[in-house]
Ligand binder design. Sequence first.
Ligand code: HEM
Length: 390
Amino acid sequence: MARAASCPFDPPPQLKDLQEEAPLTRVELWDGSTPWLVTRYDEQRTLLQDPRLSSVVTRPGYPSPAPLRPGADSIGFILMDDPEHMRLRRMVTAPFAMKRVAAMRPAVQRIVDSLLDDLLAGPNPVDLVEAFALPVPSLVICELLGVPYADHDLFQAHSRNLVSRSVSPEDRGASFGALNEYLTGLLDKKAAEPAEDVLSGLAARVTAGELTRREAAGMGVLLLIAGHETTANMIALGTAALLEHPDQLALLRSSDDPALVGSAVEELLRYLNITHNGRRRSAVEDIEIAGETIRAGEGVIMANDIGNRDPAIFDNPDDLDLTRAGNRHVAFGFGIHQCLGQPLARLELQVVYSTLYRRIPTLRLAAGLEKIPFKHDGSVYGVYELPVTW
Ligand code: HEM
C-alpha cells in the first residue's frame, strides 16, 4: 500500500475508490494471501475494539506486509493479545501518562532550541532529518528510558532496518538481535546501578521476578524504536507538507495561540498518517460486519490512512486545514493497542512545530519535491532526507 508518486502526502488513489465502493473488501498481498482491507473510519474503529481480532503475527492468516523476520513475535507487547498484552503494558503506562509527560515540556523545549542553535551555526543547506528531526525524539526517548544518546548511531541504524521492507528478513532478524542484546546489557547495568528512568524500573521488576529478562529487553526495544522512529518521520514529513502549503505554514508561524499549535499537530497527524501499512490483525472467530463475514483465520488490515480521509467523518478530508476542529483521527490507532506514547509524541510535535518555523522563518526545501526520497518501503512513512535551506 505504498503512496502514489503523484502526491506524496496522500494515500494511494485506489484506496479512495475502494472506500467509495464498500467499507471492506478483499485485497491480494505479496504472498498471494487475500485478507480484508477495511477502508471506512467507523468499521475500522469498531474492529479495532473487537477482541476477536489478534495482533499475534505468527497466527494463521496474519497479513504481514513482508516476509516475517526470525523471532518476529518477540518485540514488546505491541504484537500480543490480552491478557498478556495488558499485563506488560501496565508496567510502563505511568512514565508515558499525560501529567508526567507535560512536566517534560521545558526539557523538550531546551533540546529543540539547542539543536536549532547548532543547525543555524552549521552548513546551509542541510539535511533536516539528520540535523534535527531524528535527534529531537532520540534525545527525548534516551533521557526517558535511560539509554545513552552516545549510542544513537547503533540504535538508529538497527531501527531503520527493522522498519524497512527492502531489508531481508534475516537482516531484520539480525538487527532485532543486536538491539535486544544492547537492551539486555543496559538492563543488567541498571539492575546494578539504578537511576530515575524507565529501564531501571523494568530492571527492578526483573529482579523482583515480575518480568523475565527477555520480556524486559523486548519492551525496551519496542519503546526505543517506537519512541524515535515515528516522531522523527512526523517532524520531517510534517515540515515537507507545511512547506508545500505556505498558507497553512503562515498561519502556524504567525499565531501565539497554543490551541492552534495543538490543532495543527492533530491535523498533520491525520493528514499524513505515517503508519501507512495499516493496523494488521487476524480473526480468531467469525465476525459479522457491514454485511460481510470475516472468517476465523482470515487477515484484516485497517487502512487508517484512508480512514483518516473518510468524507463521512471529516469535511473536505483531502485538505490540510490546521484549524480543523473536533479532529478524531486514528493516526495513533484505536482500542487496546492505541499508542502508548501519544502524549509524548504530541508534546514533541507541539514544541517543534511552534519553534522551528519561527526561528527559521525563511526555511524552504533545497531540492524539488520530486527529488526527495520518500519512504515507500518502510512500515513508517516519511522521508529519508529533507534538504533544506534558509
Ligand atoms: C507521531 C508519532 C507516533 C505515531 C504516529 C504512533 C502511532 C502508533 C500506532 C498507530 C500504534 C498502534 C499500533 C497497533 O494498533 O497495532 C502505536 C502503538 C504504540 N506506540 Fe506509538 N506512535 C507515535 C509515537 C510513539 C512514541 C513517542 C512512543 C514512545 C515510546 C510510542 C510507543 C508506542 C507503543 C509502546 C505502542 C504499542 C501500544 C500497545 O500495543 O499497547 N509511540 N503507535
